[in-house]
Design a protein around this ligand. Structure first.
Ligand SMILES: *[C@@H]1O[C@H](CO)[C@@H](O)[C@H](O)[C@H]1NC(C)=O
Ligand SMILES: *[C@@H]1O[C@H](CO)[C@@H](O)[C@H](O)[C@H]1NC(C)=O
Ligand SMILES: *[C@@H]1O[C@H](CO)[C@@H](O)[C@H](O)[C@H]1NC(C)=O
Ligand SMILES: *[C@@H]1O[C@H](CO)[C@@H](O)[C@H](O)[C@H]1NC(C)=O
Ligand SMILES: *[C@@H]1O[C@H](CO)[C@@H](O)[C@H](O)[C@H]1NC(C)=O
Length: 490
């Protein structure tokens, strides 16, 4: 009996800060590669992010999907994208698709449990009808854009403007650099928040996705970087870092910082043709290699028992949902979801409760759209096409040839077909513990391990739903909506 009296108050301390639910910030930096942040690379200036990371727990093996919409759908639902029909590429601008409406989103659960819920930044989970959009999926307010990317100043993506406040278009956003505006927006969220309620801020900032754009002041902070694209990109990271500094400051000003748990991750690896960098990891965004899927991530907040450390346990994108809920002291159960709460593991630095995960599952014979890979213990099995580029890229290297456009539906015709067409027959087995940079293919050497991982992969294939990847619908055209990307066409 006596142990109960000891353990019980201890658990309360872990889940609640000062007796009430904590505020939660969940920040996602777009396309931030392994080698694109100061705590992994001293050439990058990101003091605000670094100080949170160093005062928290760095998640050294945090995995995501190789692309935006799939990762974001995993964050919001705790389901693997291959179970949501989002295993192909991203949700294209004109695709009549959104993250399945029968799945509960993370903010819906938080809202039900008394949280004020806000999103500032990029959505990219579909917007063809209102039910797909943020304020219908659990967020009290929305400030940001629907699509994958846009000009940082004029807020144009392809042939339309894309910027919204809640359900309204936001002309006022047109013209200024978005990182400044997101800084204003997160400050406003915190300033206007009633501190008696817990706050959930989901902050998927636009930075550092292409296009490469940054105010000169940030570019000038990197005189020693000789590659101009890498220099602009590095400045973009610093611009995002300044926004983190502003967010921390306003939380402190309002006496909320000590009660805030800060979760930070990228959505996928750096996009090498646009100077994102994952060195020494292999590959990058849109590849199933570690460079596309293992990203900078950390947790910061009072409940952490030990800080200033790197946590080596496995964490996957699907785990953020239950981890955040447990941190918030919310008991939510869905036996079908894929995520596992890592909260106790991270706060106490004990073993991860995850020993395997799916990088992705898809029809691997289709170049550009068909990744299939799985991790079990220390081993990773890749079956078929790993990605558009398969090498190790250093930060100051230029991409050979013109970079592909933002139209991901057409990447394979834009890139040299010789670089990928023969890779659909590829089979790879890597011991990621001994060989984290994937130099040594053990596929032919360890047939029993291959068989074991193939069996796990077959098991997951039984859970796969068909990809929901329809062709573009001309009804989406912004010309039908006063030149704005808007819901109402599916
Ligand atoms: C851009 O936004 C920042 C932050 O609100 C502001 O200080 C600056 O004056 C704005 N610049 C322009 C050109 O509107
Ligand atoms: C640039 O390199 C010079 C010479 O090595 C060094 O003194 C200086 O601190 C560097 N500047 C930055 C911003 O890293
Ligand atoms: C959490 O919910 C599950 C399933 O509804 C229930 O079995 C369990 O007792 C609950 N735990 C707490 C601590 O409330
Ligand atoms: C997989 O892709 C190939 C090549 O694009 C195609 O021929 C085949 O029908 C696809 N298989 C399935 C099950 O979708
Ligand atoms: C595909 O072809 C390229 C160029 O010939 C070669 O470098 C690469 O190793 C090949 N890939 C596979 C999986 O055979």
């Amino acid at each position: 009996m006596s142990w109960l009296f000891v353990i019980f108050p201890f658990l309360i301390l872990l889940t609640e800060v000062n007796g009430k639910p904590p505020h939660v910030v969940f920040m996602v930096v777009d396309d931030l590669g392994w080698n694109d942040v100061g705590f992994n690379n001293p050439d990058i200036i990101s003091p605000n992010i670094d100080s949170l990371a160093h005062d928290g727990v760095i998640l050294n093996h945090a995995y995501v999907q190789p692309l935006c919409s799939p990762s974001r759908s995993a964050f919001m639902t705790s389901y693997y994208p291959f179970r949501l029909g989002l295993q192909h590429m991203v949700i294209n601008n004109e695709a009549p698709v959104c993250a399945p409406l029968d799945k509960t989103f993370l903010p819906q659960v938080l809202k039900k449990n008394g949280y004020a819920t806000h999103i500032v930044g990029k959505w990219h989970l579909g917007f063809c009808r209102w039910e797909c959009t943020p304020t219908y999926r659990g967020f009290d307010t929305y400030y940001g854009y629907y699509n994958s990317a846009e000009d940082y100043y004029i807020k144009v993506q392809a042939q339309g403007f894309d910027f919204h406040i809640n359900e309204k278009i936001n002309w006022d956003a047109v013209g200024n650099y978005s990182a400044y505006q997101y800084g204003d927006a997160v400050e406003n969220v915190v300033r206007q928040h009633d501190p008696t309620a817990p706050l959930f801020l989901y902050f998927p900032i636009q930075s550092v996705h292409e296009p490469l754009e940054v105010p000169l002041h940030y570019y000038n902070m990197y005189p020693n970087i000789t590659n101009d694209g890498r220099r602009i990109f590095s400045g973009m990271v610093t611009a995002a870092d300044d926004v983190v500094g502003r967010l921390v400051k306003v939380l402190k000003d309002r006496d909320m910082f000590d009660d805030t748990i800060f979760f930070f991750t990228a959505d996928n690896g750096g996009w090498v043709p646009y100077h994102g960098n994952n060195y020494p990891l292999r590959g990058g965004k849109i590849t199933i290699w570690e460079g596309g899927t293992r990203v900078p991530a950390f947790v910061h907040g009072k409940p952490l028992q030990k800080t200033g450390v790197r946590y080596d346990g496995l964490m996957h994108a699907v785990d953020w949902f239950p981890t955040i809920l447990e941190a918030a002291g919310i008991n939510y159960s869905d036996p079908h979801r894929d995520g596992i709460s890592q909260w106790q593991s991270i706060t106490s630095l004990s073993a991860s409760r995850r020993s395997e995960f799916v990088y992705n599952l898809d029809n691997y014979t289709t170049p550009n759209q068909g990744h299939a890979a799985i991790r079990v213990g220390d081993f990773k099995l890749i079956v078929g096409y790993p990605g558009l580029y398969n090498d190790w890229y250093k930060p100051e290297e230029d991409w050979p040839g013109p970079p592909p456009s933002s139209d991901y539906s057409d990447l394979d015709s834009q890139m040299d077909p010789h670089t990928y067409s023969n890779w659909t027959k590829f089979r790879g087995l890597y011991n990621i513990k001994d060989d984290p940079y994937e130099h040594n293919n053990l596929y032919d050497k360890l047939p029993e391990v291959v068989e074991k991982l193939k069996a796990r992969m077959s098991h997951y294939y039984t859970m796969m739903v068909p990809a929901n990847y329809p062709p573009n619908d001309p009804k989406a055209d912004p010309n039908n909506f006063d030149l704005w990307w808007q819901p109402g066409w599916c």
